[in-house]
Design a binder for this molecule. Structure first.
Ligand code: 13P
Ligand code: SF4
Length: 326
């Protein structure tokens, strides 16, 4: 009798190919091989945010993570060149923590609605209006805004950072939804700015209640940039990395990750036993970063991220304070 053929366990990249036929897989292998060669030649690494498409995330990332994880790994790397497969504020944070390294962003237009909602002038105005109140700033901001603030935070450490200050109230900038989530978790009074994420603000509690009613056993996990009525429906609230850890540990039969939808594709490629229900809100800024642009970035040394040295020195202080908190 012929032996039963061994069923090889496909790797995440192969599974991602099957799960996302809409991506440019036709040219992916060529781009991935070129990027790997360029990384070796230039002593470069690719840091990829969890919202990258799976060809980038599983194809060329040396480090995968949330904003906090990427900031930490940028600060630690011995590479000469860092390619940020993420948005501009993430590349700026890497440049601020590694001023002597070359930091490249494959598309200069990869912005963020939160980062563009507030300026350094706005922060100075708030300080004048609320003298003595410490300023906590989400990393989704420009270097100039960080330079005006006391301490940074990300979605994974925001409550810890706010409580680390020992103040009765803090200015929390610029995401009003993350701010109201933090307010629900602490006794510290939160004074919010009126920014929001154009991706997460589109989710609604109503759509999640429909999932609950129609999909038996569905687990709902959400990013804290979502509005409060969305978070009220969630079984877990956390950063992108926190959500991935939660799914990896809990292995729900079915889950909806209420966040940018490429993340579900990335995790689905690793966890074939979990069914991902996917309301597909994409971040147009993250989606500007493609394999082809990462290849061009390494080939042509573009676009180099430049931060004014005085601004960078001032912005480093709140970033380092945050990294010291956790
Ligand atoms: P995380 O820090 O959770 O990765 O969030 C970054 C972000 O831009 C979410 O929209
Ligand atoms: Fe900014 Fe929202 Fe895009 Fe994250 S998902 S980078 S917060 S616009």
């Amino acid at each position: 009798m012929a032996p039963t053929p061994v069923q090889l366990q496909p790797n995440p990249l192969d599974r991602a190919r099957a799960l996302t036929p809409e991506l440019a897989w036709g040219t992916a292998d060529d781009d991935i091989a070129a990027i790997e060669r360029l990384k070796r030649e230039r002593n470069a690494i690719v840091l990829a945010h969890n919202y990258m498409t799976p060809d980038v995330f599983h194809g060329v990332a040396d480090v995968q993570g949330d904003s906090l994880g990427l900031a930490r790994r940028a600060a630690e790397t011995s590479a000469d060149v860092i390619v940020m497969a993420g948005v501009h504020f993430m590349a700026e944070t890497a440049k601020i923590t590694c001023p002597d390294k070359t930091v490249l962003i494959p598309d200069l237009e990869a912005g963020c609605s939160l980062a563009s909602s507030i300026t350094a002038e706005d922060v100075r105005g708030l300080r004048a209006r609320y003298p003595g109140v410490p300023v906590v700033t989400y990393v989704n901001t420009s270097a100039e805004v960080k330079a005006e603030t006391d301490i940074c935070c990300t979605s994974s450490n925001a409550v810890q950072v706010v409580e680390s200050l020992g103040a009765d109230r803090v200015l929390f900038l610029p995401d009003r939804y993350l701010g109201s989530y933090v307010a629900s978790q602490t006794d510290v009074e939160i004074i919010n700015w009126d920014g929001s994420c154009e991706v997460h603000e589109r989710f609604t509690g109503d759509e999640l209640r429909v999932y609950r009613a129609e999909i038996p056993g569905i687990e709902i996990i959400a990013h804290p940039e979502c509005p409060p009525d969305v978070l009220a429906e969630a079984d877990y609230v956390g950063s992108t990395a926190g959500m991935i850890t939660w799914v990896s540990e809990h292995r729900p039969e079915r889950v909806v990750m209420v966040t940018e939808c490429s993340m579900s594709d990335n995790v689905a490629a690793e966890l074939p036993d979990v069914e991902f229900v996917k309301p597909c809100n994409l971040c147009p800024h993250m989606k500007r970063i493609t394999l082809a642009k990462i290849r061009t970035a390494l080939e042509t040394n573009t676009h180099e991220v430049v931060v004014d040295p005085d601004v960078a020195a001032r912005a480093l202080v709140p970033i380092e304070r945050m990294l010291a908190v956790g």
